[in-house]
Design a protein around this ligand. Sequence first.
Ligand SMILES: C[S@@+](CC[C@H](N)C(=O)[O-])C[C@H]1O[C@@H](n2cnc3c(N)ncnc32)[C@H](O)[C@@H]1O
Length: 221
Amino acid sequence: MLARHHRDGESFVELMKETYDNRFDDTFWTAWQQWIEPVFAEQTTVLDLGCGPGLFIKELAGRYPGVHAMGVECAPYMLEAVGELPTGCEIIEEDLQNPRLPLDDNSVDAALAAVLLHEMHQPVKLLLELQRCLKPGGRIYIIDWVRGPLETYIHHESKTLKVFDPATSINELEDLFIHFIEHNRFSVDDLSYLLSCTGFNVLDSRTVRDDRYAHIVAEKA
Ligand SMILES: C[S@@+](CC[C@H](N)C(=O)[O-])C[C@H]1O[C@@H](n2cnc3c(N)ncnc32)[C@H](O)[C@@H]1O
């Protein structure tokens, strides 16, 4: 599922690098400072779940010297693209479908799951594992696609594809419509429901970019 969803692995790595600044813009960092920084401890550990090529953990290390930033990833092309890591960063190679992370109970201050949950067969085992690893009061910041109208999706995702032109190939159309389903996995309420059923209290929830993405902050109860 992952390999198909990413289409071509190397190109997907490049896409994640090119679009990094859009995801982690000033609005994101303001919210991160508001909701996540307050739970930082003297020796802070932050998990980046589905860290891709590792840009976020590298930025964390630059912004917060002394932080222990751990990326978790399973796709070989992403792991290969991580390259050299600054002090304080490390990568855990793990499939998050049913993870057992090499971390003590109640040892993690905060976690990020950026555009990860919609790519998983089920996110329940991951949220339960996070519940184990986070300190009481530890927080997760989730960014993900959320359900929206087909019209908005086509407007944003098919700039060059003439969707309703009879000459457009069936392969291009299938690719677009399959991605539409995959990017429409969960509603904002679905994500809140999953979090509350796995022991989290949602602290903040908002949508951005034409309501196509949610930013949700939740705390281990
Ligand atoms: C859309 S990319 C986002 C990458 C990064 N979080 C970012 O925002 O730049 C989603 C990442 O989650 C990873 N991923 C998806 N399912 C995973 C799983 N079961 N275990 C570990 N990583 C997973 C993918 O390989 C990919 O690198």
